[in-house]
Structures are given as structure tokens and as C-alpha cells.
Design a protein. Structure first.
Length: 80
């Protein structure tokens, strides 16, 4: 069995908790970090994944460190 640290981030709208904080964590721990960003709707989840992938210099979700899973639809990569 493995255990890990879980951190819940809250903040004002537009403060970067969805797009910026996950990138800081990935940059600090590129080999071990696993991040889940929960979004209430499919469009929000795919949109956030696309934005973060582009900000990280990746073509799209599923081609590198960023991916998503929404009700059976997924874009994942071995590095995700």
C-alpha cells in the first residue's frame, strides 16, 4: 500500500489555482507529482486541460504531462 500527501487549494476566482499551481508542483516534482484538478462540467475540464497543455508547450492534452478523463472520454499519455 502507498500513501501520499493530499493538498486542497481554495482561493478567489482567477487567482491561478486551476492553471498555475499545478504547473508549479509539476516543475518542482516532475517525476513524482500526480495532480487532479476537478471541474464540474466536461467543457470546463477539457478547456482547462487544453490551456495548461499549451502553457506547458505541449500540443494538446494527452501528448505530455497534461491529460483529462471525463465520463469515459480520456486524453492521456504515459507521462500523464
Amino acid at each position: 500500500s502507498t500513501s501520499g500527501q493530499v493538498t486542497l487549494v481554495t482561493g478567489e476566482t482567477g487567482c491561478g489555482k486551476t492553471t498555475q499551481i499545478p504547473q508549479y508542483i509539476l516543475e518542482a516534482n516532475p517525476k513524482t507529482a500526480k495532480i487532479i484538478v476537478a471541474q464540474p462540467r466536461r467543457l470546463a475540464a477539457t478547456g482547462v486541460a487544453s490551456r495548461v497543455a499549451l502553457e506547458r508547450g505541449e500540443r494538446s492534452p494527452g501528448t505530455g504531462s497534461v491529460g483529462y478523463v471525463v465520463r469515459g472520454d480520456s486524453r492521456l499519455h504515459a507521462d500523464t
